[in-house]
Write a protein of this length. Structure first.
Length: 356
């Protein structure tokens, strides 16, 4: 007997444990062999199946696709909202500046862009008083969401600005009248919803003007218009290049500049708001800048009794403006009562003389 025969003789039967016909043992719990369960779980081609036998990988891919479409839809919606206030390309921006149908707030030009192509655009922007700034091309790509911007992106507003000099003259004409000027100066409010809420409150309180900086501040976008709830139609808004210089111009026209600051020692209720006044409010977080704070005629504070150290800027504006309304309404009522009493006294004296 050869060695191969001896090994074959003593080797275990490959069919052992398979039953009489060499069948695989059945699982007592499910009636299927363990290998069959694995095979059924992964299908013939190795796909992972769900509990009802469907292709789990296809199911997962459909779910990923659906989630991707949801995220992509959110991105597209975000870009569409941003695009409401943006305009791309050299010729569209030139036509917008030329026509003036929608106010162009500022123009961003890519660094290294050809000056010859932009000559007309830059001249129109200078004539219209529209600020122009240079920025890396990657920033323009981000602003335009990958659109063909041709090195130019314009930020378009929802309403027209008024000339600052025009509003200053209008405020000056009210000095010495029964309706003393009341204005708002915003030193870098960047949240468009805050700006819209402030403009809405200014209209309700009867303020005569709002001034905002050209740079590092929210402009009159669609979001601002929505938050203002129609107030942009009635409240004139002007842009200024330098807030500190504006303060000096207000003073020269007889208007007090009253800043709001946490470190002030005078409560906002202690200031005489019957006088010509411009409320100066700082931006979110930083408050008034040093130079603007120093140029204010007086600083007032809103007392806080809780643990939070500041109010939202739109809330602070409402608190101060309605103190001005309260004082002016009380003064107007007192003046009216005084005039009526004076007339009654004069009328009584005339009747007495008539009787005599």
């Amino acid at each position: 007997m050869t060695r191969r025969d001896r090994n074959r003789r003593h080797a275990p039967d490959a069919r052992a444990g398979r039953g009489e016909r060499g069948e695989r043992p059945r699982d007592e719990r499910g009636g299927r062999a363990p290998g069959e369960r694995v095979g059924r779980a992964y299908g013939e081609r190795g796909e992972r199946l769900s509990h009802d036998g469907r292709d789990q990988r296809a199911h997962d891919e459909r779910g990923e696709r659906a989630r991707g479409e949801t995220h992509e839809g959110a991105r597209v919606e975000s870009h569409e909202r941003a695009a409401e206030n943006l305009m791309y390309g050299v010729l569209p921006v030139i036509e917008a500046l030329r026509a003036g149908s929608r106010p162009v707030e500022r123009v961003t030009v890519a660094e290294g862009a050809h000056e010859s192509r932009l000559k007309e655009l830059l001249e129109l922007a200078r004539e219209r008083g529209v600020p122009v700034r240079r920025a890396p091309r990657v920033e323009l790509q981000r602003l335009s969401a990958g659109a063909n911007h041709q090195g130019v992106v314009a930020h378009v507003g929802a309403a027209h600005y008024r000339a600052a000099e025009e509003l200053l003259d209008a405020l000056s004409s009210r000095v010495g009248t029964d309706d003393a000027p009341l204005a708002l100066v915003l030193d870098g409010v960047e949240d468009p919803r805050n700006l819209g809420a402030i403009i809405r409150t200014a209209e309700c309180a009867g303020a005569h003007a709002v001034f905002v900086p050209e740079r590092r501040a929210a402009g009159l976008t669609e979001t601002v218009a929505k938050a203002a709830a129609g107030a942009l139609v009635y409240v004139p808004v002007a842009r200024v290049a330098n807030v500190a210089r504006l303060q000096e111009e207000l003073k020269a026209r007889g208007v007090w500049t009253v800043g709001t600051a946490a470190e002030a020692t005078l409560d906002y209720t202690e200031w005489d708001w019957r006088q010509p006044s411009a409320v100066v409010l700082g931006g979110e977080g930083a408050g008034l800048r040093r130079l603007v704070r120093e140029r204010c005629d007086v600083l007032v504070r809103i007392p806080l009794r809780g643990r939070i150290t500041s109010l939202n800027v739109s809330v602070a504006a409402a608190v101060v403006l309605y103190e001005a309304v309260r004082q002016r309404t009380a003064a107007a009522r007192a003046a009216y009562n005084e005039r009526r009493e004076s007339k009654e006294v004069v009328g009584g004296a005339d009747e007495g003389r008539a009787e005599n």
